[in-house]
Design a protein around this ligand. Structure first.
Ligand code: ARG
Length: 470
C-alpha cells in the first residue's frame, strides 16, 4: 500500500500499537467529524467536568486546571463562530478537540484523556444533546397547541361535520375537532418528557466499559452536567442506546400526528371539501397553472413523516444484534437522531404557522354538518328514551333513512304520517331531533361537543399548551 493511500493519522487517539497508518478508505469510513461536530457543546461541557474531577483527584495542579478551562473556553468560542479548525486527520470531535488543545496548550492538553474513553464521552454527549432536543421539541409542540387553541377559540360555536371512514357521521363543533389535535400533541409531548426523564443519567467515569482506577467520582460528573442521577452500570452506560431509540420513537409518533394533520389540511383545502383555506404565506403557487394554490407545507409535513419513521427503524436495526459493551456500529446512532429532531424542528414552526393561518368557510362547514343524515343517531337515541331497544331503533331509523333517500330529502323533509307509519314511537315530537344545534347542545359530557363542554375543554387545552411552551 502506498503512502498516498494512507492517512497520516496525526489526529488519531490510538496510533501507538500500530506500525502503519490506516488505509485511506478505512479512515474515511470511520471519520465522524462531519456529524459529531454538532456535539461540541456537550463534549466541551463533559471536558470541563472532567478537568474539575482530574484536579480534585490531584492529576491536575491548580494552574493546569485553569489553563485547561481557559483553553476549553477558547475552543468553545471557535465552535460558536463556526471557526474550529478541523483537520482531515481528525477522526471524531473528541480527537479533534484533544489535538487542538495539545497544539494550543502543549503537554497539559494531553492530560485530559486520563480516566475517560470516547465510549463514555460519546454516550454522555448524546444524552446531553437529546435532553435539550426533547425540551426544545416540547416547547415547539406547545406553540402548535396554542395555534389550535387560538383557532378553536375564534370559531367556538361553528358547526362542522364529524367523520368516520371519511363519511359524514355526526355533527360537531369545529372547535371540538380542532382541539382533538391539542390532546394528540399533548401525548406526543408527554412521550418526549418521559424519554427525557429516563435518559437523564450520567455515564462519565464509566471509562471504556469497566469504570476507571483513578478515583473519579461518577456523581460529581452528574452534578456538573445537571444529570438527575448516575447510570447504575458502566457496561450499560456505554453500550445502551435505548434512550436514543425512545427519543426517535417519540419523534416518529409525533411526526405521524403531524402527518395526519397535514393530510387533513390538504383535504379540507380542496375545492371538493372547501372547508378551509391556507394563508398566502403558507401556500405555494404552480409554475405552470396560474390559478393554483397548493398546501405544500401541509404536504411536506405529511411527507417528512416517512424519513422520521425511517430514522427510528434505522437505529433499531443498527442496535438489534450488538453484543455488550460498546461496538463501533453505535457511531451510527447520531445521524438518525439529528435528522429526526432537525426535521421536526423544521416542520413544527411551519405547520404551526399554517394552522394559525387557516381561514374556515362557515357556510360550507354548516351545510356539510347536517347533510348525509347526520342526525340519524340522534333519532335512534330518541327512540331508546321512548323504550325502544337500540337494536330495533337502529333498524327503524335505517328504514327512515332509506325512505328519505328514496324521496331525495333529509330526515326533516319527511312528513309526520310517513314517519309514524314506520314506527308508532315516531310521533310528531321527534321532529325536535332534526335540529343540528339541538344535537350539539345535548352532547354535553365533559369530553363532548356542546359549546359549554368545549369551552371548558378549551381552558384545559390552553393550560396544556402553556405547560409545554414554558
Ligand atoms: N465516534 C465514536 C462514536 O460515535 C466514538 C467512540 C469511539 N470509540 C472507539 N473505541 N472507537 O461512537
Amino acid at each position: 500500500m502506498s503512502d498516498a493511500r494512507q492517512s497520516t493519522g496525526a489526529g488519531r487517539l490510538w496510533g501507538g500499537r500500530f506500525t502503519a497508518g490506516p488505509d485511506a478508505a478505512a479512515w474515511q469510513l470511520g471519520v465522524s467529524t462531519g456529524f459529531d461536530r454538532h456535539l461540541w457543546r456537550q463534549d466541551l461541557a463533559g471536558s470541563r467536568a472532567h478537568v474539575h474531577e482530574l484536579h480534585r483527584i490531584g492529576v491536575l495542579t491548580d494552574a493546569e486546571r485553569d489553563e485547561l478551562l481557559a483553553g476549553l473556553d477558547r475552543c468553545a468560542a471557535l465552535f460558536a463562530d463556526d471557526a474550529f479548525p478541523f483537520q482531515p486527520d481528525d477522526e471524531d470531535v473528541h480527537g479533534a478537540i484533544e489535538r487542538w488543545l495539545v497544539e494550543e496548550l502543549g503537554e497539559v492538553g494531553g492530560k485530559l484523556r486520563a480516566g475517560r474513553s470516547r465510549n463514555d464521552q460519546i454516550a454522555s454527549d448524546l444524552r446531553l444533546w437529546c435532553r435539550d432536543a426533547c425540551d426544545e421539541l416540547v416547547g415547539l409542540i406547545g406553540e402548535l397547541q396554542h395555534a389550535f387553541v387560538g383557532q378553536a377559540e375564534a370559531h367556538l360555536d361553528w358547526l362542522a361535520p364529524g367523520y368516520t371512514h371519511l363519511q359524514r357521521g355526526q355533527p360537531v363543533l369545529l372547535s371540538h375537532h380542532l382541539l382533538a389535535y391539542v390532546w394528540m400533541l399533548d401525548r406526543d409531548a408527554g412521550r418526549l418528557r418521559d424519554a427525557r426523564a429516563r435518559l437523564d443519567a450520567s455515564v462519565l467515569a464509566s471509562g471504556a466499559l469497566a469504570g476507571q482506577t483513578l478515583g473519579l467520582d461518577a456523581q460529581a460528573y452528574a452534578d456538573h452536567l445537571g444529570f438527575a442521577r448516575v447510570a447504575e452500570n458502566s457496561i450499560d452506560a456505554v453500550a445502551s442506546r435505548d434512550f436514543a431509540l425512545e427519543v426517535l420513537a417519540a419523534c416518529a409518533i409525533l411526526a405521524t400526528t403531524l402527518s395526519r394533520l397535514g393530510e387533513e389540511i390538504v383535504l379540507w383545502a380542496t375545492s371538493e371539501f372547501g372547508f378551509a383555506r391556507v394563508g398566502d404565506a403558507f401556500s405555494t403557487g404552480s409554475s405552470i397553472m396560474p390559478q393554483k394554490r397548493n398546501p405544500d407545507v401541509a404536504e411536506l409535513t405529511r411527507g417528512k413523516a416517512g424519513r422520521v419513521i425511517g430514522d427510528l427503524v434505522a437505529l433499531l436495526t443498527t442496535i438489534k444484534a450488538l453484543p455488550l459493551a460498546y461496538d463501533r456500529d453505535l457511531q451510527e446512532d447520531k445521524e438518525p437522531v439529528f435528522d429526526a429532531v432537525g426535521t421536526l424542528q423544521l416542520v413544527l414552526p411551519a405547520i404551526t404557522g399554517t394552522v394559525a393561518s387557516l381561514s374556515f368557510d362557515r357556510d360550507r362547514l354548516a351545510a356539510a354538518s347536517v347533510g348525509g343524515f347526520a342526525l340519524a343517531t340522534d333519532l335512534a337515541e330518541e327512540l331508546v328514551t321512548r323504550g325502544v331497544p337500540f337494536r330495533e331503533a337502529h333498524e327503524v331509523v335505517g328504514e327512515v333513512v332509506r325512505l328519505a333517500e328514496s324521496q331525495g330529502v333529509d330526515l326533516d323533509g319527511l312528513d309526520p304520517q310517513q314517519l309514524a307509519a314506520v314506527h308508532p314511537a315516531l310521533d310528531a315530537d321527534v321532529a325536535a331531533r332534526f335540529d343540528v344545534q339541538e344535537a350539539i347542545r345535548r352532547r354535553d359530557g365533559i369530553n363532548a361537543t356542546a359549546v359549554a363542554s368545549v369551552e371548558a375543554q378549551l381552558a384545559r387545552a390552553r393550560d396544556a399548551a402553556d405547560t409545554n411552551r414554558a
